[in-house]
Design a binder for this molecule. Structure first.
Ligand code: NI
Length: 170
């Protein structure tokens, strides 16, 4: 197991739609284990494979950040099949460290996905879980939370990032 480098805003791999996972093989299991280590080390509540440079439709969520093992969810080829309501809350991203902004997301979403054994599953997420599901699925589609911002808020974040990038601190 290993902690992998997390790619940041500006990396092309974050902007490419990720490819569906084909075989759930030993290589994929190793990637999953490494992503779990990486997410806990960050620390974060969610991580998509393209954040570690792998353009595949795989994402993890653990709202307990490793405190309760049963809260670790591995989603392979996830799809949102239903969503309800709307909540506006602060949100951040490991690929855009130290920035948070308010984003509107569905209150409840139902995901269809394969678990790490390749079994077909469905899961309803509510509140923070629904937000994390939407955020990580966005990653797999090449979308970042800043894309949901408008006007002044968006300009402010992008300006700060480009300043950091120019000074070599990104
Ligand atoms: Ni993120």
């Amino acid at each position: 197991m290993a902690v992998l480098p997390i790619v940041k805003y500006g990396a092309e791999v974050l902007r490419l739609p990720a490819q569906p996972v084909g075989d759930i093989d030993v290589r994929l299991q190793t990637l999953i284990d490494d992503m779990v280590d990486t997410m806990y080390a960050a620390p974060g509540v969610g991580l998509a494979a393209n954040q570690v440079g792998v353009s595949q439709r795989l994402m993890l969520i653990d709202l307990s950040v490793g405190k309760r093992r049963e809260e670790l969810h591995v989603f392979i080829n996830p799809e949102i099949i239903e969503s309800e309501g709307e909540v506006t809350e602060e949100e951040g991203c490991l690929s855009i460290p130290d920035f948070v902004e308010i984003v509107t997301r569905p209150e409840r979403v139902k995901l269809r996905y394969l678990d790490r054994n390749g079994d077909d599953r469905m899961m309803w997420g509510e509140g923070l879980m629904a937000r994390a599901m939407c955020h990580e699925i966005d990653h797999l589609n090449g979308t970042l939370f800043v894309d949901h911002l408008r006007g002044f808020k968006k300009d402010r974040i992008l300006k700060k990032i480009s300043k950091l990038a120019k000074s070599g601190m990104w």
